[in-house]
Ligand binder design. Structure first.
Ligand SMILES: Nc1ccn([C@@H]2O[C@H](COP(=O)(O)OP(=O)(O)OP(=O)(O)O)[C@@H](O)[C@H]2O)c(=O)n1
Ligand SMILES: [Mg+2]
Length: 460
């Protein structure tokens, strides 16, 4: 079988798993019709002038089978004051959600309602009814424009988007959340539109990087108007990619994409094209092994801090954990410990920070004052210590003391000498700190970290 055929076979197999079936489609469409009806009725009952819009991958038909969360946006007229949009938006969201199965309020730039209906998550998000980027006032306003732009330009390549999204998920590079810094769904859509297909996007993984600026709507070729500041290239120069949002020249769609995640895409794209397999899309469950054996193999040590955190969502918690881990890295290196790597996360209600270090204790020389030299105790001191000297009539000696890294960390925390994430400072200070041992539920995590399995670019 030729390589092209092999690739095609794999893609067909993957598509069978990620393309929604007719039943799922019918269910989703029925759900959307019902929700729209409920929304319209509620809007009328409340006497509001609001338009409901579906956005996100459902509205673009780029959702993966089994993954069909609904984004229902409630678009207020542009002349609505921001305060009113927040209040009325929340009130409307709650009124709609009352007629669904369950709901809670979630907090982003503005509060919005998260409901469930027939087992599906439904976000009810207030926004402005914008027609162009000039009208955009809140972070979510562009979504309506994105949906429209993608639907106008995708030309039936919906399955290519599905393949790319699944590939990115499989290689652990999907999601634009701050703690992922990978590819967003919208970025995947733009790449497919720009390069023509899933395979073309993969084939262009080098070129995309060299091209650096992708401008699908041709903003840079247009006559600039005063309000149209395009994405600043200088300030984004250390980003792998600048994708000027086709619906808003001021925004880089790839602003959250990190070098690490682009790098994963780059290597995995090359590997897939040479050696295609379903594994890239659906990796086997991660390897496991003994973290203790890994510590012995490497001759390094593992410090783990485990502590309770309140109801912080991942979006807030993970960046704070990362900041704290970097704080430990700096503080410990000032104290003579080399931090080879760190890993943070959350597991069964607790947060953890893992630090891999080169030693478990440090030796320091302390100066020990002794007694006067011409006494009994003076002779004792003289015999017991290696290096001794006099200052005046008093003996002094050098003393080597060992301090364990745990003592050093406790000392640093007591002195507030570690830069910690603001919202979790007190929690970290009360952490349980363990050395070369982790609680049962973190054993796998510790192995994956120490073996760098979590980040590995190559299968071995
Ligand atoms: N970094 C991001 C994240 C989201 N969005 C907007 O929010 C919408 C919904 O976001 P999300 O659910 O993350 O993406 P989907 O396209 O729905 O993809 P998925 O299948 O992963 O849900 C996107 O269409 C896009 O307009 C965005 O512009 N930039
Ligand atoms: Mg979505």
């Amino acid at each position: 079988m030729s390589l092209d055929d092999a690739i095609e076979t794999v893609l067909q197999k993957v598509l069978r798993r990620i393309r929604p079936t007719e039943e799922e489609r019918a269910f989703v469409e029925g759900l959307m019709r019902e929700l729209e009806e409920i929304a319209r009725e509620t809007i009328e009952d409340l006497g509001l002038d609001v338009k409901p819009y579906f956005v996100g991958s459902l509205a673009k038909d780029t959702y993966l089978a089994g993954d069909h969360d609904v984004d229902l946006f409630l678009a207020f007229p542009l002349d609505t004051p921001l305060e009113e949009l927040r209040e009325e938006g929340l009130r409307l969201g709650k009124a709609i959600a009352e007629r669904l199965d369950s709901h809670e309020v979630a907090y982003a730039e503005h509060p919005y309602v998260r409901a469930t209906y027939r087992g599906v998550k439904v976000d009810l998000v207030p926004c402005y009814d914008v027609e162009s980027w000039r009208d955009v006032r809140t972070a979510v306003d562009r979504s309506i424009l994105h949906t429209k732009w993608v639907n106008e330009h995708l030309n039936g390549r919906n399955d290519d988007v599905r393949l790319l999204k699944r590939f990115l998920k499989g290689i652990n590079a999907y999601g634009s959340e701050v703690y992922v810094r990978g590819f967003s769904g919208y970025l995947a859509e733009i790449l497919v539109i720009k390069y023509g297909s899933f395979l073309k996007v993969l084939e262009n993984s080098d070129f995309i990087l060299r091209q650096k600026v992708i401008d699908p709507a041709g903003w840079l070729r247009r006559e600039p108007e005063p309000a149209m500041k395009t994405v600043k290239r200088e300030t984004e120069e250390d980003k792998p990619l600048i994708v000027i949002d086709p619906v808003d020249p001021r925004r880089n769609v790839a602003a959250n994409l990190s070098w690490e995640k682009y790098g994963r895409f780059y290597f995995k794209a090359h590997q897939f094209l040479e050696n295609p397999s379903e594994e890239f899309f659906f990796p086997e469950t991660r390897k496991s092994g003994s973290y203790l054996a890994e510590l012995r193999r490497k001759g390094t040590h593992l410090v783990t801090l485990v502590f309770k955190v309140q109801e912080l969502v991942d979006d807030l918690l993970l960046p704070q954990l990362e900041r704290s881990a970097r704080g430990f890295e700096r503080a410990l290196s000032r104290e003579g410990f080399n931090v080879l790597g760190w890993n943070v996360g959350r597991s069964s209600g607790k947060a953890f920070i893992m630090l891999e270090v080169d030693r478990r204790e440090r030796e320091r020389v302390k100066i020990k004052p002794g007694p006067e030299f011409f006494t009994e105790r003076g002779w004792d001191f003289y015999r017991k210590n290696g290096k001794v000297w006099l200052i005046g009539k008093r003996l002094y000696a050098e003393k080597r003391v060992k301090e364990s890294i745990l003592e050093v960390i406790e000392e640093l925390l007591k002195k507030n000498a570690v830069a910690l994430g603001k919202g979790i400072r007190e929690n970290v200070k009360r952490a349980e700190i363990v050395l070369d041992y982790v609680p049962k539920e973190l054993e796998d995590e510790a192995y994956l970290f120490l073996a760098r399995e979590k980040w590995s670019l190559k299968e071995q």
